[in-house]
Structures are given as structure tokens and as C-alpha cells.
Design a protein around this ligand. Structure first.
Ligand SMILES: Cc1cc2nc3c(=O)[nH]c(=O)nc-3n(C[C@H](O)[C@H](O)[C@H](O)COP(=O)(O)OP(=O)(O)OC[C@H]3O[C@@H](n4cnc5c(N)ncnc54)[C@H](O)[C@@H]3O)c2cc1C
Length: 656
């Protein structure tokens, strides 16, 4: 019986095994590979990842792998380039780009040196349950019989296709579609100045020096152009390099040393990383587009967080589930802002937002600000510290602000910066306020809602093409004002699910349902940001009426709904927003009149414009319309076309 079995022995598994073994636990580390073993991955390690290797006593071993330190970063936007040196992280001033063949062997050896027992060529086939608790693994060495091994905890560090995650049915969240495909190879005689990135015409090129005087040079194309790329891998690769001014000449003078390696299997997801007797770490629990170049460094950080949590649980210092929940929270806190920035924007390879480019242009000549921005990319500086309204305004000066306002900078900032939850929309407060006003709600709403009802009946329902028998989710249903209109369209064969977080409001809805004898309405008391009960592809329409803009995490909500929508499903968002045009003069009055309403209404009003933009960005197939002098908008979005994920093929290795 082991204390821990770690499945997968690369960037996530070996450090986890090493840290647990060093704490005195009996650890079995297994991998179906035999090391040294290469894997599909370029291999830049950010400053914070290097810092972890240092704290584990492995920095000298990393340096001995003989790949040069990388201090300088250059990002060429086509029109101009920014170059600089990101600030150090805890005294670490450089990143490194060691071949995985060497790095992973170094990590495995370190785990064994710390006392972990290693089994190579060992494939895990399943986990063993005792009731609902994982108590071990089933697996076999190459050519050997299937055997069982038991442990107090089984850790899946087995990458994005994790067998452990599948066996325990780990819940996935914040999933985003694959955005790009990436191909790379190694060149000799191509000098690289630090880490070079070139971005233009929906293409990206990256280059970094690695071991043995080689340069690792890769390209990325949007996933929609995968077939065109694969039609001729070498020609596509070289044509992309040709767009990288300055690099192209060096590459043409160099020599390609190995075949191209590439993949289009680059999903973006988080998984719940723990449960009774099991945990996930590295790509098994969290995978994101490699444009971030942070999978390795993130795996190091999470190995440390997980080992600390497991130690707390196994030693009895803390409740194991609480310690592991803290691990999940810390992982998400550390990664969410960059995940959002890349998966909603940068990795799509679409032209960067004009507002953002305005800001980047304004940085030219301001070396400290450039270094800080580069610091965001290497994880040395929090996203919010650079991409915040205050900082942008400070950086751009008065003229820049004028230009930025014309290009709606604030909207761009709100996309990129960490989503901050204004105090007025913290769910507990919204719930308390709505519970308090519920008794007066029916009277107040008679004054406030006639426009909306008219709009829903005359425009929204016809545009939606709502049909008899469909299932509608009314999120933030309140007292059920929309129920009669929705039910009239879906008929007695359809299903309506109303969700609200205030029990007094839901009681009003329940009274309405009972009074009308509606049998096909289910009411759920719950937080709209946490719709765990929804099965994938189970609803036809998700309906947010005056509720979307006050969700604390709108991206997460869109993500959940995207998964719950059936093929051909639709999303509707209706929100109030400030008047535009001459009617703007009314806005102060509107704010004044809101003083008696729950404070979330003011937040809704302020956040509504960016909420609409967010929906249209996440659901490209959407239509936005304004009504009543721009003071009320309706976005109707169709769920993403299916089939894209299914068409992604296995990794391709094109011959030289
Ligand atoms: C094209 C590309 C470029 C990238 N570039 C970078 C970069 O520059 N910087 C960066 O930080 N990250 C980069 N990444 C991401 C990085 O490769 C991963 O985040 C990282 O490898 C995750 O490490 P891991 O240990 O979690 O998983 P993996 O490296 O996938 O290791 C999982 C291990 O589990 C083993 N395993 C799986 N199933 C079983 C089983 N059933 N039984 C036994 N063993 C099993 C496998 O053999 C493997 O050794 C890139 C990825 C890609 C695809």
C-alpha cells in the first residue's frame, strides 16, 4: 500500500512525486514512457517555473542541460515591434527553453532521487474504487499481466487525455473551443535573440534558442485553416516564416534538423481536480492553448500546491477535501486572467483589438512600461496591474485617452482585465436585496415591465423561432414574469426551467405557476453562475432577461450555457443600458430613480454594454439589436456550429 500513486512522470507528475517523497511519503510514480523520452511540446519555462526548479534544488541541473538563459523578449506586430526585458520574479531574471527529452529525464531522476519508486513502460488502464472512493490503479508493464496497486490517493498527472480524469468522470468547466493549430521544428545555424514572437495576418511565429545551439521555431494558424495548412506542411510553415521580417532571412540561411511536429488537438478547459481518493495535476486538470507557453511552469506550480494540500490531508493537519478545494481555488486564481485573455482573444490569432493596439502603440519609447507588459506574458506581472483603465490612461496621456475613447477603450479593458465583481453584485447581497423587495415586487414590476413584455412577445419570441415542445431555461426568472409568454410558445409539450437565487422571488413564481396550473415548469433555487444540474445539450433556449449583466462571472456563465445548449440551441440576453444619442441627458435621472431599487440594478446598467459585446464575442453567430433609444438591447445568439472539434485529427508528423 502506497501513500500516493502518481500516473504520468513528466512536468506535473515527477515534481508532485518528488515533493511528496521528500515529505516522507511512500510514492509510486508510473509512466507508459521510458525516459529519456520526447513528447510533443515546445518547452519554454517562464521565470516563475525556473524559480520553482531553484527552490527544489534543481536550477543547477537545469543549467547543466546546456540551453541558454532567455532574458530578452521581442513581439513584432507587423506594423512595429516591442522589445524588452521582463522584470525578475523572486530574483529569477531569465527563462529557459530546454528540450523535453532532457527536462523530463531530469525531473524523473530528481523524483527517484527523492525516494519515489519509478515504474516505466507501465500503462494504467483503470482506477480501482471502493464504493465511491478511489483506492488504487489497475495497470500493466509492457508484455506483463494486469496488476493492481493500492494507495491512499491516486494522482492523475497523465496529460490532456488523462485516463484517471476519465475514470473518475472529473467535471469540466470554462471550456473554450480549440483556436489554433501549431507546428514546430528545430534549426541549426539560426541565431535567435531571446524569445521572438511575430504576429500578423492571422499567423504567429515564435522562436527560442534551445540545447546544442539549435533554435526551436514554430508557427500557428487559426484552427479554421487547418486543412489548408496540412495540404503542404512544409510550404505552409515556410510561407508563415516569410512573414516574420528579420527572422525569415536567418531561417533561410539555416538548416532544418528534424521533421515537423504539430497538432490541432489544443483544447482549453479546466477540470475539477479532486474527489474522494483522487486528484489531478498538470494538463490532466487544466489545459490551455500553448500560445501561453505556460503549461510546464503551471504544472510546476500546481505540483507544489497539490503536494502541500495532500500533505495537509494525509497528515491529518487539515480536512483533505478542504485542503484540495483550496488547491483548486489557488490554481484557478493564479491562471484565470491569462486563460481568459488568451482564449477569448490572443490565441484566436484574429487582429488584436484596435483599442489594445492603440495602447501598445502608446508604449513605444516607454521602456519600463514595455517591460511590464512583457512581464504579463511571462507571468511576472498580474494582468490587472497592466491592463487596467487607470494604468492605460496613465500610460497613454491625454491625447491617447482621446483616441482611445473614440475606439472605446473601456470596452476593451473590460474584456482583458480580470473580471472584478462589484460589491453590489456579490450573489449573497443580490439575494438579500431581492428577498427584501419581493413583497413590493409585483406592484413595482407592473410599472417597470410593460415595455419588456411587449418586446418579448412581439420581437424576441418570433426572432427566436421558439417552437412547441422545446426546453427553455429562464435564468434569473424572478417572479416568473416571462413564463406566460414563453409557455405560450412552447406549449404543454415543452419544458420551462426557472432559476433564481432569491427564495422569496421564487415563491412568487411558484404561486404564479400553481395559480395557472402549469405542470411543465420546474423551479430551481440557485446561483445563475453555478448551473451544475444542467446536462450537456439538454436545453433549446437559455433566456436571460435583466440578469446576465449582473452575473459575477459572465464568461463562466456563457461557457456553462454553451455546453448545455442542444445543437441549434439559442441564447437570449436582454438588458437595460444607458441611453445613447440625445436621450443621454436622461441617464442621470435613470440613475437617480434606481436609488430605491436593489443596488445590482445600477451595476446592471453600467455593465450592460460590455456584457452584450462579451456575448457577441463568445457566440460569433449572434445578432444585437437596440430598442427604446438604445436603452434596452436584445442579443440572440445561436450555439456554435458543431463539427469543428470532431474534424480535428491526430497529430501530424510530416516527413522531412
Ligand atoms: C505544440 C505544443 C507546444 C507547447 N509549448 C509549450 C511551451 O513552450 N511552454 C510550456 O510551458 N508548455 C508548452 N506546452 C504545454 C506543455 O507541453 C504541457 O502543458 C505539459 O507537457 C504538461 O505536462 P503534464 O506532465 O501535465 O503532461 P504530459 O507532458 O502530457 O505528460 C503526461 C504523461 O503521462 C503519461 N501517461 C498518460 N496516460 C498514461 C497511462 N494511462 N498510464 C501511464 N502513463 C500515462 C504519458 O506517457 C506522459 O508521459 C506545449 C504544448 C504543445 C502541444
Amino acid at each position: 500500500m502506497y501513500d500516493a500513486i502518481v500516473v504520468g512522470a513528466r512536468c506535473a507528475g515527477s515534481p508532485t512525486a518528488l515533493l511528496l517523497a521528500r515529505k516522507g511519503y511512500r510514492v509510486l510514480l508510473v509512466d507508459r514512457a521510458r525516459f529519456p523520452s520526447d513528447t510533443m511540446s515546445t518547452h519554454y519555462i517562464h521565470h516563475h517555473g525556473v524559480g520553482r526548479l531553484e527552490s527544489w534544488g534543481l536550477l543547477d541541473k537545469l543549467k547543466a542541460l546546456n540551453c541558454p538563459p532567455i532574458r530578452k523578449f521581442t513581439i513584432d506586430f507587423g506594423e512595429f515591434a516591442l522589445a524588452g526585458v521582463p522584470p525578475p520574479v523572486n530574483g529569477i531574471e531569465a527563462g529557459y527553453c530546454p528540450r523535453r527529452l532532457l527536462l523530463d529525464k531530469m525531473l524523473v531522476d530528481a523524483a527517484v532521487g527523492a525516494g519515489a519508486e519509478l515504474r516505466e513502460d507501465f500503462t494504467v488502464q483503470d482506477v480501482v474504487f471502493d464504493a465511491d472512493r478511489v483506492v488504487g490503479i489497475l495497470g500493466r508493464a509492457a508484455g506483463g499481466p494486469v496488476i493492481a496497486e493500492k494507495a491512499r490517493i491516486v494522482i492523475g498527472a497523465d496529460g490532456m487525455h488523462s485516463r484517471v480524469a476519465r475514470a473518475v468522470n472529473a467535471r469540466e468547466y470554462w471550456r473554450r473551443p480549440t483556436l489554433e493549430c501549431a507546428y514546430y521544428t528545430y534549426w541549426s545555424n539560426v541565431p535567435i535573440d531571446g524569445f521572438e514572437v511575430y504576429r500578423s495576418n492571422r499567423r504567429m511565429v515564435f522562436a527560442a534558442p534551445t540545447n546544442d545551439g539549435l533554435a526551436c521555431i514554430g508557427v500557428a494558424w487559426p484552427i479554421a485553416e487547418l486543412a489548408a495548412y496540412r495540404a503542404n506542411v512544409e510550404a505552409s510553415y515556410l510561407a508563415t516564416i516569410d512573414q516574420a521580417r528579420g527572422l525569415a532571412e536567418r531561417v533561410r540561411a539555416g538548416r532544418r534538423e528534424v521533421q515537423f511536429v504539430g497538432t490541432a488537438k489544443l483544447p482549453n478547459y479546466y477540470r475539477r481536480p479532486f474527489g474522494p481518493g483522487w486528484a489531478l495535476v498538470g494538463d490532466a486538470g487544466f489545459h490551455k492553448d500553448p500560445t501561453t507557453a505556460s503549461g510546464i511552469s503551471d504544472a510546476f506550480r500546481d505540483a507544489e500546491l497539490l503536494a502541500t494540500a495532500i500533505d495537509a490531508g494525509l497528515s491529518g493537519a487539515r480536512d483533505p477535501a478542504r485542503a484540495l478545494a483550496e488547491y483548486e481555488r489557488a490554481r484557478n486564481r493564479e491562471t484565470r486572467a491569462l486563460y481568459k485573455l488568451y482564449t477569448t482573444h490572443i490565441s484566436s490569432l484574429e487582429p488584436l483589438m484596435p483599442e489594445f493596439m492603440e495602447y501598445v502603440r502608446a508604449l513605444r519609447g516607454n521602456q519600463p512600461a514595455i517591460d511590464r507588459l512583457l512581464g504579463v506574458l511571462v507571468g511576472a506581472v498580474p494582468v490587472g496591474a497592466v491592463v487596467s483603465t487607470r494604468n492605460m490612461v496613465f500610460t497613454m496621456g491625454v491625447r491617447g485617452v482621446g483616441r482611445a475613447l473614440r475606439t472605446r477603450l473601456s470596452r476593451a479593458v473590460s474584456f482583458i482585465a480580470r473580471e472584478r465583481t462589484p460589491p453590489s453584485i456579490v450573489p449573497a447581497r443580490v439575494r438579500a436585496e431581492y428577498n427584501r423587495i419581493a413583497p413590493m415586487f409585483l406592484l413595482g414590476s407592473a410599472l417597470l415591465f410593460p415595455h419588456r413584455a411587449r418586446l418579448i412577445v412581439r420581437e424576441v419570441i418570433p426572432r427566436l423561432g421558439l417552437k412547441g415542445g422545446e426546453t427553455v431555461l429562464d435564468v434569473g426568472c424572478g417572479a416568473g414574469h416571462n413564463f406566460p409568454h414563453l409557455l405560450a410558445a412552447i406549449g404543454s409539450q415543452g419544458n420551462l426551467i426557472g432559476v433564481d437565487l432569491a427564495e422569496n422571488m421564487l415563491a412568487l413564481a411558484r404561486r404564479r405557476v400553481e395559480a395557472n396550473g402549469w405542470r411543465n415548469v420546474a423551479l430551481v433555487l440557485g446561483n445563475a453562475n453555478d448551473l451544475d444540474f444542467l446536462q450537456p445539450q439538454s436545453i433549446d433556449v437559455a433566456f436571460y432577461s435583466l440578469s446576465f449583466a449582473i452575473l459575477p462571472d459572465r464568461l463562466a456563465a456563457l461557457d456553462t450555457v454553451a455546453r448545455a445548449l442542444k445543437p441549434g440551441g439559442r441564447l437570449v440576453v436582454i438588458d437595460w443600458q444607458p441611453f445613447s444619442g440625445w436621450w443621454r441627458v436622461m441617464n442621470p435621472l435613470i440613475y437617480l430613480s434606481m436609488s430605491g431599487l436593489p443596488s445590482s440594478n445600477t451595476a446592471l446598467f453600467k455593465r450592460a454594454p460590455e456584457s452584450a459585446a462579451l456575448v457577441t464575442q463568445v457566440f460569433p453567430n449572434s445578432e444585437y439589436r437596440e430598442h427604446y433609444a438604445g436603452s434596452l438591447y436584445v442579443v440572440i445568439a445561436a450555439s456554435a456550429p458543431l463539427g469543428l472539434q470532431a474534424s480535428l485529427n491526430e497529430p501530424v508528423h510530416a516527413p522531412r
